[in-house]
Design a protein around this ligand. Structure first.
Ligand code: GLN
Length: 252
């Protein structure tokens, strides 16, 4: 049995569980069976082979996680055990090493992705929107675009080098080898949003999906659609990871 947890401190938990179940039903594997659980305790986290951190409010999530003694176990899960983890929206914020546009004093993060995210990139709740995204990792061009639901969404504003000062911009696809297996895997950009709204300023291409080794993050909310494709893709990544105990098999 492969146990997939959804961190259930706050946010879109039920939606993920429901789409995970639908996605699992489309994956034929006689080898494994999926079990899905809500995670609120360290014991529940310890049962998980993989985890989703849902959307919601990352500051609240961090405060609750700290109170429940989950922050360090989460860091261990992501960075030391290197189990597959997917964060959507606030979950992506949690999985970033740094977050900007954060109130004074900052906020605690789990980390795992060598990126800095810009929170609330598109403004407040009323500036939420849906946009068609081309996500090549889902397959060829024949695929219909994915309906990206953006709600107070963060974007990846910078991909950091893992060992050096985290100030310089790094070309996508370059990795740093620093002796630690995970860190030698570069951050991959898996999805961008062509931002045509001049009002949001800045770059016209926003990074909205990234992966680094075992950690996957999306700015948008696939769990708020009926489209199971990303959940199916991720479950297959989890299957691979469980099979090979290494999500990205790479010659370093
Ligand atoms: N703006 C929220 C945060 O920074 C994320 C919003 C969401 O998950 N829909 O945590």
């Amino acid at each position: 049995t492969i146990t997939i947890g959804v961190l259930a401190l706050q946010g879109g938990v039920a939606e993920h569980l429901s789409l995970l179940r639908k996605a699992a039903a489309t994956i034929a594997t006689s080898e494994f069976q999926f079990t899905f659980i809500e995670v609120r305790t360290t014991d529940q986290l310890a049962q998980c082979d993989a985890l989703i951190i849902p959307g919601g409010e990352s500051t609240t999530m961090a405060i609750v996680a700290r109170r429940l003694g989950l922050l360090d176990p989460l860091r261990q899960f992501v960075k030391i055990d290197c189990k597959p983890v997917w964060g959507t929206c606030a979950g992506l914020v949690m999985l970033a090493e740094e977050a900007s546009a954060t109130k004074q004093g900052g906020q605690e993060l789990v980390g795992g992705l060598d990126v800095r995210v810009l929170r609330n990139r598109y403004g407040t709740q009323i500036q939420s929107f849906v946009a068609d995204l081309k996500l090549p990792f889902l397959g060829g061009d024949a695929e219909p675009p994915f309906r990206g639901v953006f709600i107070r969404a963060p974007v990846v504003e910078e991909i950091m080098t893992s060992s050096s000062a985290r100030t310089s911009k790094q070309a996508v696809g370059e990795g740093q080898v620093d002796g630690e297996g995970k860190k030698s895997t570069p951050v991959e950009v898996l999805g961008v949003f062509q931002n045509t709204e001049a009002s949001t300023g800045g770059a016209d291409e926003d990074i909205v999906a990234v992966r680094q080794h075992n950690v996957f993050g999306t700015s948008f909310h696939p769990e708020l659609t009926d489209d199971v494709r990303i959940h199916v893709w991720w479950l297959k990544q989890v299957l691979d990871a469980v099979r090979h105990k290494n999500l990205v098999v790479r010659a370093v």
